[in-house]
Design a protein around this ligand. Structure first.
Ligand SMILES: NC(=O)c1ccc[n+]([C@@H]2O[C@H](COP(=O)([O-])OP(=O)(O)OC[C@H]3O[C@@H](n4cnc5c(N)ncnc54)[C@H](OP(=O)(O)O)[C@@H]3O)[C@@H](O)[C@H]2O)c1
Length: 331
C-alpha cells in the first residue's frame, strides 16, 4: 500500500546524523509508519513438513491463496480448497497434483452467499474429522458499492462476514483437532479504517473503495482479537497477516481506468506473491509460533496494527454485529 512518495518521505525522516557525535543516531519511525520498514525486512521461512496435516484454504484459485496452496502442497499437506469457480479450481488441482502428488479436494462456495458458506462448513464437518490449519484468503477490493443478494455490502461480506461465519462454524472441529491454527489474510489496508458501527452497510456515507476495504479488514482484525481471547487455553491459535504488497488479480473486477493504473503504474512497485505463500506457510507450520495468538503479522513480522483496530469497545460491538448479521446468534 505504500506509495513511492511515502517511502521517499520515510527515507528522508531517517536522517543519518553522521557529522554529529552519535554517529548512528536516527530518527525513530512513528508506530503508524513502521509497516513500511517491516515490509522491506528479511522475512522468516519455515522448513517444517506439513505431511499428515489437513489444511482448509479459501481463495486458493488466485494470487496470495494460490501461492499458499503451492507451498502447502510442497510441504506435503492434505489441502481442501474452498472456492467459487469449479473449472478454475479443477485446473489448479490437476497441476498441483501433477507436481507434488498430494491429496487435494475442492468444495464450492461463493463467499458473497452466506448460505453457501454454511453448506461448505457442513460438508467439511461431515467429511474431515480433523482440521489442523484454516486459512481464509478469499477477498476483493471494489471501487463501486454493490450489495449481495442478502443486501450486505459486498466487500464487507466477502472479506469479513463470510470468513467470520466460516471460522465460527468450524471452530468446534478446530478445537477437537487442537493444536490447530487459524490464519486470516488481512491487510495493511485496515489502516484506511472506514468502519462505522452505525453504518456498516454504507447507506449513509459516501462510499470509496479504500475506505470500504479498510472497514472490512478493520472489522476482521477486531474479531481476531476477540476470538483469540475466547480460544485461550484451547491450543487453537488465530492470527492475521498482511501478505505483502503483491501482484495478484485483486482489483481486476474494477473499471478500465483503475485496471490501467494498477497494471501500468502500481504493478511496478508490487512484489511476487511467492513471498505471501512463504509467509502463510510460516504462520501455518513454524514451531516458533506454536503458542502465538491474537497477533497481526506484516508477512512474518509481528506488527502493531492501527490504533482504531485495537479499540476493545468496537471489538465487542463488531463481534455482536457480525454474530447477528451471520445468524450465528440464532444457532
Ligand atoms: N495483493 C495484495 O497486495 C494484497 C495486499 C493485502 C492483502 N491482500 C489480501 O489477500 C487476499 C487475497 O487477495 P489476492 O491479492 O490474492 O487477490 P486475487 O488474486 O484476486 O485472489 C482473490 C481470491 O479470492 C477469491 N474470491 C473473491 N471473491 C470471492 C467470492 N465471492 N467467493 C469466493 N471466493 C472469492 C478469488 O476467487 P476467483 O479465483 O474465483 O476470482 C481468488 O481465489 C485478500 O483477502 C486480500 O485482501 C492482498
Amino acid at each position: 500500500m505504500a506509495s513511492l512518495v511515502l517511502e521517499n518521505y520515510i527515507e528522508d525522516l531517517c536522517i543519518d546524523f553522521s557529522d554529529k557525535e552519535d554517529k548512528y543516531m536516527k530518527l525513530k519511525l512513528p508506530d503508524e509508519l513502521i509497516f513500511i520498514k517491516n515490509g522491506r525486512e528479511a522475512q522468516k521461512k519455515s522448513t517444517e513438513s506439513m505431511s499428515g496435516k489437513l489444511c482448509v484454504i479459501t481463495g486458493a484459485t488466485s494470487g496470495v491463496g494460490l501461492e499458499a496452496l503451492k507451498k502447502l502442497a510442497k510441504g506435503g499437506a492434505h489441502v481442501v480448497m474452498v472456492c467459487r469457480n469449479l473449472e478454475k479450481a479443477e485446473g489448479i488441482c490437476r497441476n498441483i497434483k501433477a507436481t507434488w502428488n498430494i491429496d487435494i479436494d475442492i468444495i464450492i462456495a461463493d463467499f458473497s452467499h452466506l448460505d453457501e458458506v454454511r453448506k461448505a462448513a457442513k460438508v467439511i464437518i461431515e467429511n474431515y474429522p480433523k482440521i489442523d490449519v484454516l486459512i481464509n484468503s478469499a477477498g476483493l477490493h471494489s471501487t463501486k458499492r454493490t450489495y449481495t443478494s442478502e443486501g450486505i455490502e459486498m466487500v464487507f461480506c466477502v472479506n469479513h462476514l463470510a470468513p467470520f461465519l466460516f471460522t465460527n462454524l468450524l471452530i468446534n472441529r478446530l478445537k477437537e483437532s487442537a493444536p490447530a491454527r487459524i490464519i486470516q489474510v488481512n491487510s495493511e489496508g485496515h489502516r484506511f479504517n472506514g468502519l462505522n458501527l452505525e453504518d456498516i452497510n454504507w447507506k449513509k456515507r459516501h462510499y470509496t473503495g479504500l475506505r470500504s476495504y479498510g472497514a472490512s479488514k478493520t472489522a476482521q482484525l477486531l474479531t481476531v482479537w476477540e476470538l483469540a481471547d475466547q480460544l485461550k487455553g484451547s491450543k487453537v491459535t488465530i492470527n492475521a497477516l498482511h501478505p505483502g504488497d503483491v501482484r495478484t488479480n485483486i482489483g481486476n473486477n474494477n473499471g478500465w481506468l483503475y485496471k490501467w493504473f494498477l497494471h501500468n503504474v502500481t504493478w511496478h512497485f508490487l512484489k511476487d506473491p511467492i513471498i505471501s505463500g512463504e509467509a502463510i506457510y510460516y504462520l501455518a507450520s513454524d514451531p516458533e509460533i506454536n503458542d502465538v495468538s491474537g497477533r497481526f503479522f506484516n508477512l512474518t513480522i509481528d506488527e502493531k496494527p492501527a490504533i482504531h483496530a485495537l479499540d476493545p469497545f468496537k471489538g465487542k460491538r463488531i463481534w455482536e454485529i457480525s454474530m447477528q448479521m451471520t445468524g450465528l446468534y440464532l444457532k
